[in-house]
Design a protein around this ligand. Structure first.
Ligand SMILES: *Cc1c(COP(=O)(O)O)cnc(C)c1O
Length: 462
């Protein structure tokens, strides 16, 4: 036990320091390399196809091949010029915390199984509630992302609405239960549909609320609501970044007893910025919220939070009881999310918030929004039509015909200075840029606009 020099231990020490060295090299190089891997780099992935050795390999050899063949074929999403999806990056403290957290290897089931990790997760949970101005007594479950957070919150919504009808779903199941009225937005994220489907709610059962040209649900055309309705709103449309009119819908919905869930995967972080807070006004009145840490809070993957005003509603759905599971006074993590064993991903949330502080987080949100504004201005100068009101970190713009847009984006991706993709917005094929990485600088935006200019001038013959 005290033999620190046992061969097993020293081998893993070498693997750890090797991994740390490679990780440092990787991070040091990230701003200067291609954003997407080159063909040659992708080709090298073939090296992993060799036959598995019966006897295995040394830990160092394993780490070596990961770095030599794996690292070059990554997407440099942490480097500041990746604008696809909504990815964020990983702040230095949260990345470092992830490394230490891996060494801890705690299982966040019960307090007794992970005392420090769960303590840190609880602090992080409270900080997130404060930063987002959500009810401080809400339950917070750490999930893999907003997909799972949507599912957790909607499971709580579903069971609690059925409870009102005298139906205990945990006992009787869905079969024979009357369909609830479920209202989604025409612009609800695909993962909301997935969550509902997993919960036994099919697309034909959904009522779709019409949206305006920014993708916000229209309060004046909102479907009727009853006391067991579940409503899915969103904070931050995945294309336009727009916000639903919470103040017009949520009070009416809650007055009749409907449950309002908000998918705020990235957009809810607007509430952490005094300058952007007004976009979220009234969202705090909802019943549940899904939000990611791995997107705009810039923690490493994977981490989302399922937040529910009525913690009891979540616990009744997620609870697991057995004589060997002695919980403390507080609800244990295993009773707030679907997973039983899981990694203590909230440790990285704690680290990111401790590192940046509320002022640093607000500054990061504002900085991303300012970069988005500059992208929008630069695109307009190049002759693009900007298709959304750039209220947040998202820019959707188009030029020429559909084929031109595709060709321009391919040329940009090929060049490798930056990366973003296309979308279809309001029936038009468009470029879609999302600025969500803490590391993005004004220079990155200038380099990106220069790359867009080169590709646009090549494709669009004026
Ligand atoms: C990314 C996203 C999701 C899904 O979140 P994951 O963390 O990827 O599971 C849901 N809704 C919106 C609006 C998103 O942007």
């Amino acid at each position: 036990m005290h033999n620190k020099n046992s061969s097993k231990n020293s081998v893993s020490m070498n693997a750890l320091s090797l991994a740390a060295r490679y990780a440092e090299e990787y991070v040091a190089d990230i701003r200067d390399r291609r954003v997407s891997p080159s063909r040659v780099d992708l080709d090298q992935l073939k090296q992993f196809n060799a036959e598995l050795s019966q006897a295995g390999q040394s830990a160092e050899d394993v780490i070596d091949s990961l770095h030599h063949y794996g690292s070059p074929a990554t997407v440099a999403s942490t480097g500041g010029r990746y604008f696809g999806l909504v990815v964020g990056g990983a702040t230095p403290a949260s990345m470092g915390a992830a490394v230490l957290n891996a060494a801890w290897d705690q299982v966040a089931v019960l307090e007794a199984s992970a005392p420090s990790a769960i303590h840190l997760e609880r602090i992080a949970a409270n900080w997130v509630l404060e930063l987002l101005a959500l009810p401080l007594k809400s339950s917070v479950g750490f999930t893999t992302g907003s997909s799972m957070a949507n599912m957790v919150c909607l499971a709580a919504a579903r069971n609690s609405q059925y409870q009102k009808l005298g139906i205990n779903l945990a006992e009787t199941g869905l079969s024979g239960a009357p369909a609830l009225r479920i209202i989604v937005s025409e612009q609800s994220h695909v993962t909301v549909y997935k969550a509902l489907s997993i919960l036994g709610i099919g697309t034909q059962q959904l009522v779709k609320a019409p949206c305006d040209d920014q993708g916000r649900v229209r309060a004046d055309r909102f479907p009727t609501i009853d006391e067991t309705t579940i409503i899915c709103l969103q904070a931050g449309n995945v294309n336009s970044g727009s916000f639903d009119p919470y103040e017009e819908i949520i009070p009416l919905a809650r007055a009749v007893g409907a449950w309002v869930h908000v998918d705020g995967a990235f957009g809810l972080w607007a509430a952490a910025s005094p300058a952007k807070f007004s976009l979220t006004c009234g969202v705090q009145q909802a019943d549940s919220w899904a939000v990611d840490a791995h997107k705009w809070l810039n923690t490493p993957y994977d981490c989302g939070l399922a937040i529910c005003r009525d913690g009891h509603a979540v616990h009744t759905v997620m609870t697991t009881q057995a004589p060997y599971l002695q919980a403390g006074v507080q609800v244990p993590p295993k009773d707030m999310v679907p997973e039983f064993s899981r990694r203590a991903r909230g440790v990285e949330v704690w680290a990111a918030i401790q590192e940046m502080g509320p002022a640093g987080i607000a500054a990061m949100i504002d900085r991303c929004c300012t970069h988005a504004q500059h992208l929008c201005e630069g695109l307009a100068e190049l002759g693009y039509d900007i298709l959304n009101d750039v209220v947040l970190n998202q820019v959707v713009a188009t030029i020429g015909c559909e084929d031109d847009v595709q060709k321009i984006v391919s040329a940009i991706q090929e060049e490798g200075v930056c990366w973003f993709g296309t979308t279809v917005w309001q029936g038009k094929t468009a470029v879609r840029l999302s600025v969500s990485c803490w590391a993005t600088t004004g220079e990155d935006i200038a380099l990106t606009l220069a790359s867009i200019r080169r590709a646009t001038e090549k494709i669009i013959v004026s």
